[in-house]
Design a protein around this ligand. Structure first.
Ligand SMILES: C[S@@+](CC[C@H](N)C(=O)[O-])C[C@H]1O[C@@H](n2cnc3c(N)ncnc32)[C@H](O)[C@@H]1O
Length: 222
């Protein structure tokens, strides 16, 4: 499952990316990239949360980018009293998301590295979303040849943010559904609960999904 490290696994790449997105927002009002939109990921995640009655507490979006997933979720359930928090290690992302949010209520954006376990100060969330962020972390290089890949710290870092009866939904293009399930369940007390369906593509006689979304819960809460 080890992927070749790439520039998408560096903070410099994302800082520059959101600098450009900020300029675009100021020049044309364009709110920017929505990863996996071509797969209908945002609508599918929002529908999945509604259909499964998951929105029962505060929401955290890991590596939130421009924050659009939180905006869509809040717009879909406008009367919800819960707080929506986006976290991203790029301060340009936080600036971008705050500029788009303007004066929305119950919405906050925090700059932090989600692999650093101290940032949340023991706060827990009922709903945790990750769309494309674990994918970026999977492309991070190890600190040196003797160190583990940063992805190995992801499962436990995320587990400690989830409330006992919470739901974690990860959407990935770099891992298959079974690789994602293995990564999370082998290293935490979480187990796979439900998956979101995407159209199946067929190429050279092989069938598959281009992205996957898997929902996890603590094993004893199913
Ligand atoms: C592929 S983009 C996805 C952005 C957004 N979730 C979306 O779906 O449009 C990956 C995001 O993860 C953020 N990111 C990568 N590693 C991170 C880390 N260790 N801590 C916090 N954010 C991180 C990047 O800054 C970037 O915004």
């Amino acid at each position: 499952m080890d992927l070749e490290p790439s520039k998408l696994g560096t903070k410099d790449y994302w800082d520059e990316f959101y600098n450009r997105e900020l300029s675009n927002l100021r020049e044309s009002g364009d709110t920017g990239e929505r990863w996996f939109d071509e797969n209908g990921a945002v609508d599918r995640i929002v529908n999945f949360i509604e259909e499964n009655d998951i929105l029962k507490g505060d929401v955290l979006d890991l590596g939130t980018g421009n924050g659009h997933l939180l905006f869509e979720l809040q717009d879909n359930e406008p009367d919800t009293p819960y707080k929506f928090t986006g976290v991203d290690y790029s301060h340009q992302s936080v600036e971008l998301a705050n500029s788009i949010a303007e004066n929305r209520e119950n919405m906050e954006f925090i700059q932090a590295d989600i692999l650093d376990p101290s940032w949340a100060r023991n706060r827990k969330w009922k709903v945790i979303l990750d769309k494309g962020t674990m994918d970026a972390i999977a492309l991070m290089a190890p600190a040196d040849v003797h160190s583990e890949r940063p992805l190995s710290r992801y499962p436990k870092a995320v587990e400690q943010l989830l409330a006992d009866d919470g739901v974690l939904i990860i959407t990935s293009c770099n891992l298959t559904q079974s690789e994602l399930k293995q990564l999370i369940t082998q290293n935490t007390k979480l187990s796979a609960w439900k998956s979101i369906q995407y159209p199946i593509f067929e190429f050279a006689g092989q069938k598959g999904q281009s992205i996957c979304s898997l929902a996890f819960k603590f094993a004893d809460t199913h």
